[in-house]
Design a protein around this ligand. Sequence first.
Ligand code: NAG
Ligand code: NAG
Ligand code: NAG
Ligand code: NAG
Length: 319
Amino acid sequence: MDRDGYIGVMALYCLLFMALIGTNHATVVNVKTKGAKGDGVTDDGPVITRAWKEACAGASPSSLVIPPGIYLAVAIELSGPCKGPIKVIAKGATIKAPPKLGMFKKDGWITIIANTDGIHTMRLNGLNITNATIKTGDDCISFGDGSKNVYVQKSTCGPGHGFGIGSLGKYPNEEPVKGIYFRNCTLTGTANGVRIKTWAAMHPGAASDIHFEDIIMNNLNLRPSDLARHYSIHTSNYVFDSNNFGPSKVQLSNLTFRKIRGTSATQVAVKLSCSQGLPCDNVEVANINLKFKGGTATSKCSNAITKVVGPNVPDICPA
Ligand SMILES: *[C@@H]1O[C@H](CO)[C@@H](O)[C@H](O)[C@H]1NC(C)=O
Ligand SMILES: *[C@@H]1O[C@H](CO)[C@@H](O)[C@H](O)[C@H]1NC(C)=O
Ligand SMILES: *[C@@H]1O[C@H](CO)[C@@H](O)[C@H](O)[C@H]1NC(C)=O
Ligand SMILES: *[C@@H]1O[C@H](CO)[C@@H](O)[C@H](O)[C@H]1NC(C)=O
């Protein structure tokens, strides 16, 4: 879940089509039979979340079925731990997030925000998301602590905040994130590209085996594609002790960013900004081709042990 409260988040809806094939599941939970209306008016979020919990607790392997329909839902959180892998079968389903009334910002603007992730998972082992189209005011798909063995394939994001991991390191006792694959995905008109977000000077954590491959980014707006990012400055709604800044305690390792191409809205197209205390270990950046319309795209790297495989545009971490 994106907790950094970007100002100006205006996309107030979420459409989600997921088409996942399930076979021989021991537990099948259908959100309609659990009371979801799918009428585009009733908030089905709580029902879907409850149905997820039931599938999660049921005999493994299980599946959550969302039949065709329009489901109004603020957010759907897929939290574990579950008994085993889960498939979400949502062919022809549209999940729509309504606007949430915003808060008064320091700069005096009254903004309507929808700090609502399309899909956010926590403590979940085994999930495949295929052919999803997600439009939201927050991360399209993000994986929080304890997410493991997740494949996101052939899915698109936009508008939204992109695809990523995190935020990690905000709470004590977070479980490691491990084995997350984003493949053949497209981001269009998003605030960010792909990124890994961790908190500065907060709690220990780890994310490893995170892979982004064959990603197309079109017309990213507002932000560069932050490939791996450690916040060192908090943004408006991060509530923590501001005297407590320091390097992140979340270890990032075994990350790959391969064949990511398209346009960056800002000149710094690639930013590997890792913790001084725990440098990113074993990052591979390969065959990036990101252009910047206003000039030459650049990259910035700090505290990352990086293997670069070319050609790359821009040059990655030139000496
Ligand atoms: C995803 O979409 C493609 C093209 O429409 C289709 O061939 C494939 O079967 C879909 N995958 C799933 C898991 O539904
Ligand atoms: C997800 O897909 C991968 C390969 O793409 C497969 O190995 C894995 O078993 C699948 N997981 C689930 C939960 O279906
Ligand atoms: C992306 O899709 C293409 C075409 O289906 C396939 O050849 C390629 O292996 C896929 N990339 C990944 C990382 O799976
Ligand atoms: C990173 O990859 C290496 C080589 O495969 C492996 O030995 C190491 O355990 C991995 N690190 C983590 C934290 O998973």
